[in-house]
Design a protein around this ligand. Structure first.
Ligand code: AMP
Length: 118
């Protein structure tokens, strides 16, 4: 069972932000911003590659609620999901990073050397 499935099953503790029947939001253990919450589907989905439009529809509303509940909605925030090796995905259970609470730099998330991909 993957790490985030264990969090869903309460086998590993997490600092929960929000939960409903389908999704879970919890604080990232190694925050990159004052607010850094991970949003996951309770059902195992490997990555964005395997995310259905139906699940995405529910996640959209849930992420919007997380942004409101964590107080970043009005000032702005970032929602990202890393996909696969080149995307830097470490945990192979789809998760959205919701980052905010400060002016976010962009380079940290786009630090590939441009000389190498032309
Ligand atoms: P990614 O690199 O996109 O796969 O992101 C994985 C994220 O999961 C990283 O930001 C980690 O800090 C975070 N993480 C790993 N283990 C835990 C955990 N037990 N609880 C909360 N966040 C975690």
């Amino acid at each position: 069972m993957c790490l985030f499935c264990k969090i869903v099953n309460k086998e590993i503790p997490a600092n929960l932000v929000k939960e409903n029947d389908d999704f879970l939001a919890f604080h990232d253990i190694n925050p990159k911003a004052p607010v850094h919450v991970l949003v996951i589907p309770k059902v195992h989905v490997d990555s964005f590659n395997d995310l259905s439009p139906e699940t995405m529809a529910g996640m959209t509303t849930f992420i919007q609620e997380v942004a409101k509940d964590t107080g970043v909605k009005e000032a702005g925030y970032r929602v990202i999901t890393n996909v696969g090796d080149n995307g830097g995905q470490e945990v192979k259970h789809l998760h959205w990073h919701v980052l905010g609470g400060a002016k976010l730099a962009w380079g940290h998330f786009a630090d590939a050397d441009s000389k190498n991909f032309l």
